[in-house]
Design a protein around this ligand. Structure first.
Ligand SMILES: Nc1nc2c(ncn2[C@@H]2O[C@H](COP(=O)(O)OP(=O)(O)OP(=O)(O)O)[C@@H](O)[C@H]2O)c(=O)[nH]1
Ligand SMILES: [Mg+2]
Length: 447
């Protein structure tokens, strides 16, 4: 039998109300000891007005919700006490509950119980945690999809098609004389495999989006000294955060800031201008810049348009892959050299909002940010899940190649069966204890 746990669910501070959650077999009887009514005699799924009393002292005037299992968050008997907000009252009620026989829940323990009791699968449990920390509307949408089990539904649909296909192939092999059974031809198999390929590719695309909304885009501003990197950071942030001057080597350390573009965080890093230098401090800055480039999802190479592209600029351009870079020809308000035609560049200046409009639009285009809000994204929430889908895609491609080479159907069936099993594990209930503990320890208390 599980013991009865309790925790404060709302954040501690001054507020109109706080909620203390109690879950476990004894939750109704323990709370009844300190509440003015006997909860065991009250109807289920009701909210009840009364007082918390302890040692003949009235502690607070409260509303108490009763949610008997299995129709509750944890599937156990749950009682939630809505008391007046504020640290003193909330802590006092928690203290009394502990004295009366509850144990303080560990972080995520309510959700862990919900999972262990079959109320949520692991993917949904992770989505609960992500939802609590969602920083943007786009993130909220993706995580609520996770909680609603959109991924699980999609995987179940795919598995159903696969299981039908496998059983059909088996019947074909074992009972070739059954003429009324559909014969799985190579054309039918190819159609199914191509549709699988599409499904897995789109799931992996969605995973990229999920990562974007969860972590944001790490953007690194690089370029020669004085090209205007710090000015660009300030213009994007709309704040004078980094020091700007016409002295080369002004920025020595990394300066960071975050903006929200179409609901997605851009984590901006302004770096020290990269050049050969003998100055020890600047050298460290240049090394840090190089590291920041490695970590970035997007590198904006800032070039002083009035000076044209120099050999140092050229070296930077050559060292950053095209799909990760934007070349920003800055200072287009000054007379300057003509724009190169060999690569795509964005021109602009950091003098006003208009000057960086084109650059912002290019970022939106590069990461399809304008589509994220309207897309119904499935939610692959960790690297394990992503790897399973990658494996499934590889197996599908392998089966398609075998099919082209006229392999026997039963050989292709092996790949299909493995995909079916892998997908089963993905949404299945078998995870080891270590993985579970690791997942739930990152949850906040009361959830
Ligand atoms: N006219 C004009 N001047 C600019 C523009 N952007 C930056 N500047 C000027 O260029 C000079 C260098 O700007 P910074 O932003 O400090 O350049 P940086 O790339 O951060 O330089 P380091 O930190 O030394 O690597 C300053 O005098 C800025 O005012 C622009 O769009 N137009
Ligand atoms: Mg600078």
């Amino acid at each position: 039998m599980n013991d009865t746990i309790c925790a404060i669910c709302t954040s501690l501070g001054t507020g109109a109300i706080s909620i203390i959650r109690v879950s476990g077999e004894e939750s109704l009887s323990i709370v009844s000891k300190i509440f003015s009514k006997d909860l065991t005699k009250l109807a289920d799924h009701t909210i009840n007005y009364g007082f918390i009393k302890y040692e003949s002292e009235i502690i607070d005037e409260v509303l108490v919700a009763i949610m008997k299992g299995p129709k509750s968050y944890t599937c156990e008997d749950v009682v939630e006490i809505n008391c007046h907000g504020g640290i003193a009252t909330t802590n006092k009620i928690l203290e009394i509950l502990l004295a009366e026989g509850c144990r303080l829940a560990t972080p995520g323990e309510f959700t862990k119980r919900a999972y262990l009791n079959g109320r949520l699968n692991l993917s949904q449990a992770q989505a609960v945690n992500d939802l609590l920390t969602a920083k943007s509307d786009a993130a909220r949408k993706v995580f609520i999809n996770g909680l609603q089990g959109v991924l699980t539904k999609k995987i179940r649909e795919i598995r159903q098609v696969l299981v039908d296909l496998i059983s059909n192939i088996e019947v074909n092999i074992d009972f070739p004389e059954y003429e009324d059974n559909l014969v799985i031809t190579n054309e039918i198999l190819e159609k199914h495999l191509n549709s699988l390929k599409e499904d897995f590719t789109s799931l992996l695309e969605d995973a990229k989006t999920t990562n974007l909304v969860k972590e944001g885009i790490n953007v690194c501003l690089v370029g020669k000294p004085n090209s205007g990197k710090s000015s660009l950071l300030n213009a994007l942030l709309n704040e004078e955060k980094a020091i700007v001057s016409n002295i080369e080597g002004t920025t020595r350390d990394i300066v960071e800031g975050t903006i929200n573009l179409n609901g997605i965080s851009l984590n901006l890093i302004d770096t020290a201008g990269i050049r050969e230098t003998e100055n020890e401090i600047e050298k460290i800055g240049v090394e840090k810049s190089k590291k920041a480039i490695d970590m970035a999802d997007l590198i904006i190479i800032v070039i002083d348009k009035s000076k044209g592209i120099t050999s140092e600029d050229q070296e930077l351009i050559d060292n950053v892959p095209e799909e990760k870079r934007i070349i920003f020809m800055n200072k287009d308000d000054l007379e300057g050299a003509s724009i190169p035609s060999d690569y795509k560049v964005i021109t602009g200046n950091t003098q006003n909002i208009e000057g960086i409009r084109g650059l912002k639009q290019e970022i939106i285009n590069m990461f399809n940010l304008d589509q994220i809000n309207s897309k119904d994204v499935t939610y692959l929430n960790n690297i394990n899940q992503i790897n399973v889908i990658k494996k499934c895609l590889d197996l599908t491609l392998n089966a398609l190649t075998n099919l082209k080479n006229n392999a026997f159907v039963d050989m292709i069936e092996i790949d299909i069966r493995t995909i079916w099993e892998l997908l089963g594990e993905l949404i299945g209930e078998q995870y080891d204890e270590e993985l579970l503990d690791n997942l739930f320890k990152n949850f906040c208390l009361g959830k």
